[in-house]
Design a binder for this molecule. Structure first.
Ligand SMILES: [Zn+2]
Length: 267
């Protein structure tokens, strides 16, 4: 599942492939952008902010525009040599960007749009865990700002801090030994934020996400996706739950995994 580290890595790959080059062909395969042609544009930076990715361009006339994408659940960016066989089905491609022999293809992107003011799209986000201006203190303060909110929801709220998705919130709660339904005000949010920063930083350019320290296949994560299997710490069966709070129903599209013994439910 794409989280802040996935998007950071995608930006890294796209930057290496495209930055400083001129686009020789563009092909947007969504109705709203079907007539757009950005060939001749110079690629400036390629960057991630939380789970948002921006490809900054200068159009031939000098106007700045940014291709904004968000991977959501299924999205991915691949870089190919032109003519190389794609590793995803062609009908799922939403955009193709070519610069001479290099081809970048965005598949199944949850958001794809052109923005003249890209900063406005991410102005609501909290500190970016992998950004240059990372501010741990502010992130921890944001998490505590609504002390009665379940920590499992506060961690996922990109307005508090940007980059944590469904995998990391389960893993973080396990590592903190807190039940995801525990109130944010009862959690050591400084430690939570430091841990999140350490994990995302360590994983930002890895191909496999590891939170246990063991990269061997099947041993990478503590609890995420491991329901009905024994907790790696105590042997109790890991369970899968959905988390809601007073103001909204449980989000049933996003499971949370936990060990009922290591992470006892709050009273
Ligand atoms: Zn356990």
């Amino acid at each position: 599942m794409p989280e802040g580290d996935t998007v950071y890595a995608a930006a890294h790959r796209l930057r290496a492939a495209l930055a400083g080059k001129t686009l020789t062909r563009t092909d947007f395969r969504i109705p709203s952008l079907a007539t757009v042609d950005l060939s001749g544009s110079a690629v400036g930076d390629v960057r991630s902010v939380g789970k948002h990715l921006f490809i900054d361009l200068i159009r031939p006339g000098g106007a700045a525009v940014s291709i904004h994408s968000h991977l959501k659940m299924e999205g991915v960016w691949h870089v190919y040599r032109r003519g190389e066989r794609w590793r995803r089905a062609g009908h799922t491609a939403r955009v193709v960007l070519e610069a001479d022999a290099v081809q970048a293809v965005g598949f199944d992107l949850g958001v794809l749009e052109l923005l003249t003011d890209p900063d406005a799209a991410v102005a609501h986000l909290g500190p970016d865990l992998l950004g240059a201006g990372w501010d741990a203190e502010r992130a921890a303060r944001n998490l505590r700002a609504d002390p009665g909110r379940p920590i499992g929801l506060a961690l996922l709220d990109q307005r508090n801090l940007a980059g944590i998705g469904n995998v990391y919130r389960s893993e973080l709660c396990f590592l903190l030994r807190v039940h995801p339904a525990a109130s944010a005000g009862e959690v050591d949010t400084d430690t939570a934020v430091a841990l999140a920063h350490r994990l995302l930083t360590a994983n930002r350019l890895r191909t496999v996400r590891v939170t246990t320290g063991a990269a061997a296949r099947g041993r990478e994560l503590w609890v995420y996706g491991r329901d009905r299997r024994p907790c790696r710490r105590c042997g109790t069966t890991v369970v899968r739950e959905y988390l809601g709070d007073d103001t909204r129903p449980a989000d049933t599209s996003r499971s949370i995994y936990l060990c009922p013994r290591c992470q006892p439910r709050p009273d």
